[in-house]
Design a protein around this ligand. Structure first.
Ligand SMILES: [Zn+2]
Length: 751
């Protein structure tokens, strides 16, 4: 399940901050190559049949709990090398032997290498003789030997990654592409992951130990202290060592996977049947058949009602807010979740058997209508995820908590800095000024759900129908888009030869589900651009996504084929490739030969970015707070976690939003489903929002998109701050977004 992509609810609305990230929730091998963008979560999560959904989550939870406790009690603490009785004596002997052989100048390297191997060596890897023979044979005692070794690993791992990825893509082809029915065995092929056992195999055959012996694993603080003075080769070598910085037993990985599956299922089946929400006077505000997945579709319903055709938009928005609050505090009646067979008044919390039916299936005979609340399942699922991922802690010495792994390894920006960036956004007076502007535009005081205000998005000059007609004519098939790519790239600012070269590396294919982009794992392979192409051609939405994905593919091509070390291929993390893809996507109208958005439209888009980035930053602060609370209270019950989450959500609200909204103790910031199933992924969104503005600002300053894009991509996968300094002269931070917002407020104010 780890190679599955996770996306937010929007269907790739242009420049929507929620689609910044094509979300993947773990640092799994495939993450380096896949960007899964802008589509509906429902499509990805494949919402399964609703009947008996909750009991399935409950069953899974109990199996899962058994599994985690099996890990804790049966396997116990890791058999660390310190428990191997001969290890200490052996290390002392080896150190003096190796220093005698290779010279005192190598002593520090020798000590560090020995420590790294000892950290991961287990009884089953061999006894003292085997250990010592291995060390003596595999230690590279001088620079020339080390260089040869590194080059060989780099060359061979490229082959391993590249070919494994080609197998994975071939196995998934029927599932991912619009090629006719998916047969039962296709699903099994699609689920097969050629990367799944590579790490275990490399510890088993000891190729991982050879790396650990010779190349230092660095902590984030070391990289931040000295990384700027490292050579490119040193960076590449540290990326090699990173691959083996943890050795997680299969049972622990399985428990984490299982926790992910339980959480995914819980979230995927959490629908609200909106036609069954009734007001005090029995009115139904939502249409028949409307089924909204929490929280994405609920939030999108709030957004959609800013431009509703009737005058019940505000009432609908308030109702959705009430539903969300009851999900967060778990006063939601269990019987209304995922069920079209009961009517519910979310204000009074009364339920009764549905007075109308908007589904084909009849109500189950044993339907028990009661407003008994959901029994804190939301928090039970979250606690289970926490209990699973903390089993990894003892096997991850350089990042010993999930919070550390999330910030130090996945993001590579220290938590304190990320939090400070979020606070800078949220405590800026721009939040207040933007809030007042929204009030003026709405003609009423702000209400809590207005954190999702989307009315800044400018009405386009061109109608969707006109745009559809244009793109369908130009791109009747995926092949037509592929053939036109060299022209599109010239239009973006690449020179003609380069555009040909880049386009030749991209295969365009019709996606079955949402658009996505697969990079390649080796220089000889091509990248894959997938987008929806209808029977009558590519509509504007499909084109818009294709341009976004093309940004990913061009980044993937340059950062793999045109950089100095395979180990440095790619960009620091998903936020960077998303920001680069948005550079392309923002210019899609120009590529159709139409006028680009004017100054005011751009200013409004910036305000939309700012308001949305601030909102998700606040949500991320809640997520971070909750994870700290769980680590501080490892024995907590679901009820205690709920109380803590509510408190944290209110605190964050009261600190930043209460002064702007003039209302206290709102819990809405706790509603995101990512909090339950994405294991501390949320902070990536606001960081992505800031990065996008830094990159846009730089490209605007230079005025040469093609050259700047190339220059940025060639930095490869170094630390985010170094990448950004190379790209823009400054570390990752909120200033570009804040400056753009201040400018945008001036422009909008004078209109
Ligand atoms: Zn994307």
């Amino acid at each position: 399940m780890w190679s599955k992509g996770y996306v937010t609810g929007e269907k790739s609305e242009k420049r929507d901050k929620q689609t910044y990230l094509c979300v993947l929730k773990s640092k799994k091998a495939t993450e380096r190559w896949l960007s899964f963008c802008g589509s509906s979560t429902i499509e990805i999560l494949k919402v399964s049949r609703r009947s008996a959904a909750m009991s399935r989550t409950r069953n899974l939870l109990s199996v899962f709990t058994f599994l985690v406790f099996s890990v804790i009690f049966l396997w116990g603490a890791p058999a660390a090398s310190s428990e191997i009785d001969w290890m200490t004596a052996s290390l002392t002997a080896l150190e003096s032997d190796l220093v005698a052989e290779h010279g005192a100048a190598q002593r520090r390297r020798i000590q560090r290498g020995l420590d790294q191997v000892a950290e991961f060596w287990r009884e089953q890897d061999g006894g003292r003789d085997e250990f010592e023979a291995f060390i003596k044979r595999q230690f590279a005692g001088d620079d020339a030997t080390l260089e040869v070794m590194f080059a060989r690993y780099e060359k061979l791992l490229e082959q391993l990654d590249g070919h494994s990825l080609e197998i994975l893509l071939a196995f998934r082809e029927q599932a991912d592409l619009d090629l006719g029915p998916i047969l039962p065995y296709d699903e099994i092929f699609a689920a097969y992951d050629p990367f799944a056992h590579i790490s275990d195999d490399f510890f088993g055959n000891k190729l991982a130990f050879a790396v650990l012996l010779n190349f230092p694993i660095s902590s984030l603080s070391e990289r931040l202290d000295v990384g700027e003075s490292w050579s490119r080769a040193q960076w590449a070598q540290s990326r090699l060592a990173d691959r083996y910085a943890k050795r997680i037993p299969a049972e622990v990985s399985q428990a984490v996977s299982m926790a992910g599956a339980v959480a995914d299922q819980y979230i995927a089946e959490y629908n609200i049947f909106m036609h069954h929400l009734v007001t005090q006077d029995g009115e139904r505000l939502f249409p028949e058949g409307m089924k909204l997945l929490s929280h994405w579709n609920l939030r999108d319903e709030i957004k959609a009602n800013y431009s509703s055709a009737d005058d019940a938009g505000l009432a609908r928005q308030r109702t959705v807010q009430k539903v969300m609050e009851r999900i967060v505090d778990q006063t939601i009646p269990e019987v209304v979740i995922n069920s079209p067979h009961v009517d519910w008044n979310p204000y009074t919390n009364n339920v009764r058997a549905a007075a109308v039916s908007d589904v084909d299936e009849p109500a189950p005979a044993n339907l028990a209508v009661s407003n008994a609340p959901e029994p804190d399942t939301r928090y039970e699922v979250l606690l289970s995820s926490y209990q699973a991922v903390r089993q990894v802690d003892p096997y991850s010495p350089t990042a010993p908590t999930h919070i550390d792994r999330s910030f130090d390894e996945s993001r590579e920006i220290p938590e304190e800095r990320v939090v400070a960036m979020f606070e800078a956004l949220l405590s800026s007076d721009l939040l207040e000024r933007t809030g007042r502007l929204i009030e003026a535009r709405l003609g009423r005081p702000l209400e809590p759900f207005d954190i999702w205000y989307n009315g800044f998005r400018a009405r386009g000059t061109y109608s969707e129908a006109d745009l559809d007609a244009m793109t369908k004519k130009r791109y009747p098939t995926a092949a037509a888009y592929e053939a036109d790519m060299p022209n599109l790239l010239v239009g973006l600012g690449f020179d003609k030869d380069r555009a040909q070269e880049l386009a030749a590396n991209i295969v365009v294919e019709p996606a079955r589900g949402s658009g996505h982009a697969w990079g390649a794992g080796m220089r000889d392979a091509k990248t894959h651009l997938r987008t929806r192409v209808g029977a009558d051609g590519m509509d504007y939405k499909g084109f818009n996504i294709a341009v976004h994905e093309m940004g990913h593919n061009v980044e993937q091509t340059i950062s793999r084929n045109d950089i100095d070390h395979y180990m440095l291929q790619g960009v620091p993390n998903t936020a960077f490739t998303e920001a680069l893809a948005f550079v392309f996507q923002a210019r899609d109208l120009e590529l159709l030969g139409l006028a680009s958005p004017n100054e005011e439209a751009r200013a409004l888009a910036t305000l939309d970015d700012f308001w949305g980035t601030a909102e998700i930053a606040a949500v991320a602060l809640v997520d971070i707070g909750v994870w700290h609370w769980m680590y501080d209270n490892p024995e907590a019950t679901p009820a205690q976690l709920k109380a803590a989450t509510l408190r944290i959500a209110r605190d964050v609200w009261n600190r930043y939003y209460a002064p702007v909204f003039d209302v206290e103790d709102v819990t809405l910031l706790g509603v995101y489903s990512h909090m339950i199933h994405s294991f501390l992924y949320l902070p990536d969104y606001p960081v992505g929002g800031m990065i996008a503005h830094q990159i846009e600002e730089q490209i605007a300053k230079s005025g040469d998109l093609g050259a700047e894009f190339e220059r940025m991509c060639r930095a490869g996968n170094i630390a985010p701050d170094l990448w950004m300094k190379h790209a823009t002269g400054r570390a990752v931070g909120p200033d570009a977004l804040l400056n753009a917002t201040a400018g945008a407020l001036e422009i909008v104010a004078t209109k």
